[in-house]
Design a binder for this molecule. Structure first.
Ligand code: NI
Length: 191
């Protein structure tokens, strides 16, 4: 396994629409090894998720995992999930304001509106079709990662640029209010 380099904002690979991958490609040794490397890189960087274009591979694959994440201590745990060719469908009108960050956007966080309830259909890494309903903050993580496959980063969805904050200033001035608001939301939504 290998750690991959993470593309930083300004690199065009983050701005293209990634292409679908075929069942044959997914079964290939190259792509299976790539998925292992994507997971290893995500864990090494303490990411809650990592999308293939973030490591210079513009294909529709992303990894998501939260296990007592030090970057996001309030986030509910999410078992390791590999999404291949995912499609997200909101299943309620409810939205919420999330404070997001991204491994491709150094030292910046900002408030982004996300759907609170989604259904995601995807292939797992063995090529099986899966459909899952995801709620709450976890739904926000899925939307953030899938946005990368369409060349979008969270900054594109920040409605109020006065919410932008470095990680240190987030901790000083915004974290407590965010945690006070988001923890009851996580409890209500179960995610
Ligand atoms: Ni990101």
């Amino acid at each position: 396994m290998a750690l991959l380099k993470i593309a930083q904002i300004g690199h065009p690979v983050l701005r293209e629409r990634s292409r679908e991958i075929t069942p044959e490609e997914l079964a290939s040794e190259r792509i299976q090894r790539f998925i292992d490397d994507l997971v290893e890189t995500m864990r090494d960087a303490n990411g809650a998720g990592l999308a293939a274009p973030q490591v210079y591979e513009p294909v529709r694959i992303c990894a998501i995992e939260v296990k007592d994440n030090p970057r996001y201590p309030y986030k509910p745990n999410i078992p390791l999930t590999i999404l291949v060719n995912p499609v997200i469908k909101p299943i309620s009108e409810e939205t919420f304001e999330n404070y997001e960050g991204c491994l491709s956007v150094p030292n910046l966080r900002g408030v982004v509106r996300r759907f609170a309830d989604i259904e995601v259909t995807y292939w797992d890494r063995t090529g099986e079709t899966q459909t899952r309903v995801v709620h709450g903050l976890t739904a926000g993580t899925f939307q953030h990662e899938c946005d990368h496959l369409d060349g979008k980063v969270f900054l594109d969805r920040v409605e109020d640029t006065s919410t932008l904050s470095t990680w240190a200033e987030f901790d000083r001035f915004h974290k407590q209010a965010f945690v006070d608001r988001i923890v009851p939301f996580i409890q209500r939504k179960g995610g």
